[in-house]
Design a protein around this ligand. Structure first.
Ligand code: NAI
Ligand code: 15L
Length: 268
């Protein structure tokens, strides 16, 4: 049966807030969790993924989980380790112990951020492109995807890992024209990931059907995802302001954009 009660971790964050607004229209009852209180949601569970007891209680009785909680940008290895690596492990353990059947995992383009983006007629980036994390953050998403594979193979716990591009109300850079996922398409993709049958562990690219698309959406469409949006209406203004991407600039040549060149955060 299709999942009805869904735990949304990271519910206070940007994407969590967008999805809290959109997913109830698909018939889901959301249980919310975040480290921070969720505005306007007094019943939301305020807990750290480090707290295994709280995480186990939070997953008890839900049909599925959308796992968004964690550090969403580059940070020190220690912080990424606690929130994204250990935190995701705690969530998977809790889901296994409580018999939750499926997790939709918010992976990221930064798991493969060093992949050069296609130019001209070059082929789209396939979903099985080799891992090329561009940060400790991206590396934690590689870990999450591998954890998901392990829990499928060993425990029969299903996951759809969504390598999200940029999910914000509007694209704000020329790069984002290629990787943008409109919030409405995000909700469509999460709904497809929750309801498609027999996903095992499936990796999909998470974006709208953008004119300037860099990656292949075949595995997402195979779940039943039917994107409706395209960033192109935002293109003229952004290109006029920022210019077209310069492939000779390392910060503009790869899928991960400036994440590949941003100063390291490790604490030297
Ligand atoms: P965000 O930073 O706005 O939200 C993340 C939320 O997780 C925050 O509310 C934070 O309090 C919570 N959190 C952090 N550590 C936690 C912990 N230890 N225990 C419990 N909660 C904790 O990030 P955003 O943009 O909403 O992204 C959500 C997820 O989607 C993240 O996992 C991010 O890596 C992933 N993602 C988002 C993209 C986007 O375009 N928004 C692109 C690619 C991936
Ligand atoms: C991500 O993984 C981040 O969580 C988000 O804030 C954006 O930076 C996005 O990638 C992106 O690549 O634009």
């Amino acid at each position: 049966p299709a999942p009805r009660t869904v735990l949304l971790t990271g519910a206070a964050g940007g994407l969590g807030t967008l999805m809290r607004g959109l997913l109830p229209d698909y018939g889901y009852e959301l249980r919310l969790l975040d480290l921070r209180p969720v505005e306007g949601e007094p019943d939301a569970i305020v807990a750290d993924l480090a707290d295994r007891e709280a995480v186990r209680e939070a997953v008890r009785g839900v049909d599925a989980i959308i796992h968004l909680a964690g550090i969403s940008l580059e940070a020190s290895f220690e912080k990424i380790l606690a929130a994204n690596i250990e935190g995701t492990y705690h969530l998977y353990e809790a889901a296994r112990e409580e018999g939750v059947g499926r997790i939709v995992f918010a992976s990221s383009n930064h798991a493969v951020g060093y992949t050069p983006h296609p130019r001209g007629d070059e082929p789209l980036i396939p979903v099985d492109t080799p891992r090329r994390p561009d940060t400790f953050y991206g590396l934690s998403k590689c870990f999450g995807e591998d954890l998901a594979q392990l829990y499928w193979d060993k425990h029969g716990l299903e996951t759809v890992s969504v390598r999200i591009g940029s999910c914000f109300p509007e694209p704000t850079s020329v790069r984002m024209l290629s990787v943008w996922m409109s919030p409405a398409d995000g909700a469509r993709l999460f709904h497809a990931a929750l309801t498609a049958e027999g996903v095992g562990h499936t990796v999909v690219h998470g974006s709208s059907d953008n004119t300037r698309l860099w990656w292949d959406l075949t595995s997402a469409r195979a779940l039943g995802y039917d994107p409706r949006d395209d960033s192109e209406p935002f293109a003229a203004k952004l290109v006029a302001e920022q210019g077209e991407l310069d492939p000779a600039d390392p910060a503009q040549a790869c899928l991960g954009g400036h994440f590949v060149t941003d100063p390291p955060v490790w604490p030297y």
